[in-house]
Ligand binder design. Structure first.
Ligand code: MN
Length: 161
């Protein structure tokens, strides 16, 4: 899902064996980042922290937090997301299915599958998201694709764009 412009390399983290959690979903020496550049894609109230970025693993572990009422970008791409809800509750769209998500639930977003995450109206949702370090840039839906998705009333009611 998610870098300053969608998929640029994340800022390097100095090697550290242990980074303490401070009790508020912040970690030592981990910078709080914007989810994406404003205006680069539709989203609301999402922050991003890159927790683990180890070249040897060829993947990154990020923590995203969506404030109440917020949502991530509706997008798709070749790379896969492995997601674990770490805080709160919310929902997500994966393809044409709306999933209600509780703390510790797991979600796999397959390749080239439309997806969007939303927090509840009165509760933030934070989640871990694992991705390949080298990954393709997310694609946003065209008007035609949006119209096609909105033929399904469940999807139409869910998506924010
Ligand atoms: Mn994505």
């Amino acid at each position: 899902m998610m870098e300053p412009s969608g998929d640029e390399p994340s800022p390097g983290l100095e090697a550290a064996v242990h980074r303490r959690h401070d009790g508020t979903f912040r970690w030592e020496q981990v910078e709080m980042l914007a989810y994406k550049q404003e205006g680069s894609a539709p989203f609301r109230d999402v922050t991003r922290q890159v927790l683990i970025n180890a070249p040897e693993l060829a993947c990154e572990l990020r923590y995203f937090e969506i404030a109440p009422g917020g949502y991530s970008t509706l997008e798709c791409h070749e790379h896969v997301h492995g997601v674990m809800i770490l805080r709160g509750r919310g929902s997500c769209l994966v393809d044409a299915t709306v999933l209600h998500l509780d703390t510790n639930d797991l979600v796999r977003v397959p390749p080239m599958t439309w997806h969007q995450f939303r927090a509840g109206e009165d509760e933030a949702m934070g989640f871990l998201c694992m991705v390949n370090t080298a990954r393709d840039r997310p694609i946003l839906p065209t008007e035609e694709e949006l119209s096609a998705m909105r033929q399904n009333p469940v999807v139409a009611a869910f998506i924010r764009h």
